[in-house]
Design a protein around this ligand. Structure first.
Ligand code: SF4
Length: 210
């Protein structure tokens, strides 16, 4: 099966398994802060911290003026909360000074913000602006290589290659549900290949089954 057909096969399977994404477009600033908080932190911890912090502060100006210690207390126990609180203040100040307090809606400018890499920038585009973009995390990278959709060593290359073969309207969906699929079935260690509906198209399964 060629790569484009494999992506279609995977998408069909993921839609059957998880339905369709009902993720609504969100406030881009909230997506940006929440994605920064999520680095090396569990989803539930990130969601709770995002809710706590946005129940007190909302705008880049408010975040920039907030006392550092208070931000730290609000986001605790996310990983590296000292560093992240400082970064949130720093980013908020930059947004005010260089972008009129508005989160930019293009990858080039997003990447100029401290601590913002391609994954975070693509999350902001996809989930904050509803712009087709593919955030590639460890799950998307691993599954794409195991299946043989791409043959890449770095997430950046996976993003570029996958974007060429996946339907543009499915890019955000791919991230959301490949992450879920990676946690539940195609796990980093001990993937559940015999429960997996795409095993007939999977290079890894073909190699490992004997
Ligand atoms: S067959 Fe195994 S390795 Fe391949 S996608 Fe499914 S769970 Fe992952």
């Amino acid at each position: 099966m060629r790569e484009k057909e494999k992506v279609k096969f995977l998408l069909k399977f993921l839609h059957r398994l998880y339905g369709y994404s009902n993720k609504k477009k969100n406030n881009p600033f909230l997506v940006l802060i929440s994605t920064l908080l999520s680095q090396r932190t569990r989803d539930e911890t990130t969601d709770a911290a995002t809710e706590r912090i946005f129940s007190v502060y909302n705008t880049p100006k408010e975040f920039s003026d907030a006392p550092l210690e208070e931000l730290e207390n609000l986001i605790k126990p996310v990983g590296f909360y000292h560093v992240k609180a400082k970064r949130i203040k720093q980013i908020s100040s930059i947004l005010i000074d260089r972008f009129n307090g508005i989160v930019p809606n293009n990858i080039e400018e997003l990447l100029t913000l401290p601590g913002v890499g391609r994954k975070t920038a693509n999350c902001v585009l996809a989930f904050g602006f509803d712009i087709p973009a593919l955030p590639v995390d460890t799950h998307v990278h691993r599954i794409s290589n195991r299946l043989g959709l791409v043959k890449t060593k770095e997430p950046y290359k996976t993003e570029i290659e996958l974007t060429k073969i996946a339907p543009i309207e499915e890019l955000c969906f791919l991230n959301t549900f490949m992450v879920k699929f990676g946690r539940e079935i195609c796990k980093p260690i001990g993937p559940r290949c015999y429960d997996c509906g795409v095993r007939d198209a999977c290079d890894y399964f073909e190699r490992e089954k004997n």
